[in-house]
Design a protein around this ligand. Sequence first.
Ligand code: ATP
Ligand code: MG
Length: 242
Amino acid sequence: MLEIKNLNVTVEEKQILKNLNLNIGKGEVHAIMGPNGSGKSTIAHTLAGKPNYNVESGEVNLNGEDLLSKDPYERSLNGLFLAFQYPIELPGVTNASYLKQIVNAHRKSRKETPIDAGEFLKILKEKSKLLDIPMDMHSRFVNTGFSGGEKKKNEVLQMDLLDPSLIIMDETDSGLDVDALKTTADAINKLRNDERSFIIITHYLRLLEYIEPDYVHVFQNGSVIETGDKTLASRIDQEGYS
Ligand SMILES: Nc1ncnc2c1ncn2[C@@H]1O[C@H](COP(=O)(O)OP(=O)(O)OP(=O)(O)O)[C@@H](O)[C@H]1O
Ligand SMILES: [Mg+2]
């Protein structure tokens, strides 16, 4: 599904990703672990098309198509979803209106009519309940004044509403309390299927005990230095990176 070949990326003229190679098959869950500053978020931002992340060389193909030549919104319409490490606040835009608009943008790209208000509310209620998100949160401005954990859950809710084929989660577990971590992991597990792939960036074994990855990659200095199965995450948890 996703092929990353010899990817070199600079940010503000500093080389961050160095000859990165990574292949993700359909339905696979890949975890990326690695010390602070090793380039994990940079890979997430580069795949999503964040401006100022300059691809100097290399290729990225998603479902056989060149990803890097597409605008961020096209990448989203093509099935890529990034749950941010630091979700942004959008004062002035209510969460309900934002969520409805992203759903409708995706429907429009599939040449479908906008979602009916009643149907949207029903789906929003169902999916919010799954994540223990109170409905009154949707009448507030997007992420504005939300707690750290509430922002992370709101990212997972967006992911659930959009039905993406490649999900990148950048430290979605950081900031979640123990119960919220379990609730969120259950919601993520419900989204697992043979067609959908995940890249889960995390520092903690805890999440990977709930969402069992097929592969674990260790990032260091902008590239993958080791790949293993879920036992690699346990080893890192016990022994650290050094
Ligand atoms: N605009 C920038 N200018 C200079 N350096 C930058 C810039 N943006 C990112 N970097 C550097 O790139 C490196 C990789 O950052 P990145 O956010 O990808 O790390 P990370 O692995 O996600 O770390 P963490 O685990 O702390 O989230 C860091 O050393 C960071 O300081
Ligand atoms: Mg990061």
